[in-house]
Design a protein around this ligand. Structure first.
Ligand code: FES
Length: 109
Protein backbone atom coordinates (compact mmCIF):
# COMPACT_ATOMS: atom_id res chain seq x y z
CA UNK A 1 0.00 0.00 0.00
CA UNK A 2 1.54 3.30 -1.06
CA UNK A 3 1.14 6.32 1.16
CA UNK A 4 1.81 9.94 0.39
CA UNK A 5 1.29 11.96 3.54
CA UNK A 6 1.33 15.75 3.19
CA UNK A 7 1.80 18.02 6.19
CA UNK A 8 -1.10 20.43 6.57
CA UNK A 9 -0.37 22.35 9.77
CA UNK A 10 -0.51 21.85 13.51
CA UNK A 11 -3.36 19.97 15.19
CA UNK A 12 -3.50 22.61 17.95
CA UNK A 13 -4.57 25.20 15.35
CA UNK A 14 -7.88 23.42 14.78
CA UNK A 15 -10.12 23.44 17.86
CA UNK A 16 -12.77 20.75 18.44
CA UNK A 17 -15.94 21.59 16.53
CA UNK A 18 -14.12 23.61 13.86
CA UNK A 19 -13.00 22.92 10.31
CA UNK A 20 -10.87 24.48 7.63
CA UNK A 21 -10.00 24.07 3.97
CA UNK A 22 -6.56 22.77 3.17
CA UNK A 23 -5.09 23.04 -0.32
CA UNK A 24 -2.60 20.23 -0.76
CA UNK A 25 -1.31 18.22 -3.70
CA UNK A 26 -3.68 19.99 -6.09
CA UNK A 27 -6.72 19.01 -4.02
CA UNK A 28 -9.07 21.01 -1.84
CA UNK A 29 -9.61 19.12 1.38
CA UNK A 30 -11.89 19.79 4.31
CA UNK A 31 -10.17 19.04 7.61
CA UNK A 32 -12.51 18.88 10.60
CA UNK A 33 -11.94 18.36 14.30
CA UNK A 34 -14.83 16.24 15.57
CA UNK A 35 -14.49 16.17 19.36
CA UNK A 36 -10.74 15.67 19.07
CA UNK A 37 -10.84 13.27 16.12
CA UNK A 38 -9.45 14.73 12.89
CA UNK A 39 -11.33 13.80 9.72
CA UNK A 40 -10.57 14.76 6.14
CA UNK A 41 -12.81 14.67 3.06
CA UNK A 42 -12.98 16.53 -0.24
CA UNK A 43 -13.96 20.15 0.38
CA UNK A 44 -15.99 20.43 -2.80
CA UNK A 45 -19.66 19.52 -2.52
CA UNK A 46 -20.64 16.71 -4.88
CA UNK A 47 -23.74 18.61 -5.95
CA UNK A 48 -22.58 21.90 -7.48
CA UNK A 49 -19.05 22.42 -6.24
CA UNK A 50 -19.59 24.73 -3.27
CA UNK A 51 -16.80 24.85 -0.70
CA UNK A 52 -18.03 22.90 2.31
CA UNK A 53 -15.52 24.68 4.55
CA UNK A 54 -17.80 27.73 4.36
CA UNK A 55 -20.76 25.67 5.58
CA UNK A 56 -21.74 24.71 9.11
CA UNK A 57 -20.21 21.86 11.12
CA UNK A 58 -22.30 20.16 13.80
CA UNK A 59 -20.78 17.04 15.28
CA UNK A 60 -19.73 14.84 12.37
CA UNK A 61 -22.06 16.58 9.92
CA UNK A 62 -21.25 19.47 7.63
CA UNK A 63 -24.03 21.38 5.92
CA UNK A 64 -23.35 22.72 2.44
CA UNK A 65 -23.70 26.52 2.33
CA UNK A 66 -25.36 26.52 -1.09
CA UNK A 67 -28.30 24.09 -1.03
CA UNK A 68 -28.07 22.50 2.40
CA UNK A 69 -26.95 18.95 1.70
CA UNK A 70 -25.35 17.29 4.70
CA UNK A 71 -22.31 15.04 4.66
CA UNK A 72 -20.57 13.01 7.32
CA UNK A 73 -17.04 14.46 7.47
CA UNK A 74 -15.56 11.21 8.80
CA UNK A 75 -17.17 8.73 6.39
CA UNK A 76 -17.85 11.07 3.44
CA UNK A 77 -21.43 9.83 3.26
CA UNK A 78 -23.98 12.13 1.60
CA UNK A 79 -26.95 12.17 3.98
CA UNK A 80 -29.32 14.70 2.50
CA UNK A 81 -30.26 15.72 -1.03
CA UNK A 82 -29.78 17.42 -3.40
CA UNK A 83 -26.25 15.92 -3.25
CA UNK A 84 -26.33 12.18 -3.91
CA UNK A 85 -22.68 11.25 -4.25
CA UNK A 86 -20.41 10.70 -1.26
CA UNK A 87 -17.25 12.70 -0.60
CA UNK A 88 -13.81 11.16 -0.97
CA UNK A 89 -12.19 10.52 2.42
CA UNK A 90 -8.53 10.80 3.39
CA UNK A 91 -6.50 9.11 6.11
CA UNK A 92 -5.19 11.54 8.73
CA UNK A 93 -2.16 10.94 10.93
CA UNK A 94 -0.63 12.98 13.74
CA UNK A 95 3.12 13.23 14.12
CA UNK A 96 4.55 15.42 16.85
CA UNK A 97 1.44 17.58 16.80
CA UNK A 98 1.60 17.99 13.02
CA UNK A 99 -1.37 16.94 10.88
CA UNK A 100 -0.52 14.68 7.96
CA UNK A 101 -3.08 13.77 5.30
CA UNK A 102 -2.61 10.82 2.98
CA UNK A 103 -3.38 12.02 -0.53
CA UNK A 104 -2.40 8.80 -2.25
CA UNK A 105 -4.63 6.26 -0.50
CA UNK A 106 -7.78 8.33 -0.61
CA UNK A 107 -10.97 6.39 0.04
CA UNK A 108 -13.26 6.18 -2.93
CA UNK A 109 -16.64 7.85 -2.63
S1 FES B 1 -23.73 22.81 -3.94
FE1 FES B 1 -23.84 21.66 -2.09
S2 FES B 1 -25.92 21.08 -1.98
FE2 FES B 1 -25.80 22.21 -3.83
Amino acid sequence: MTQDFIETGMAAELAPGTMKRVDAGGRRILLANVAGRLCAVDDTCTHEEASLSTGVLKGELVKCPLHGSRFNVCTGEALEEPAEDNLRTYAVRLEGGRVLIDLHEAGTP
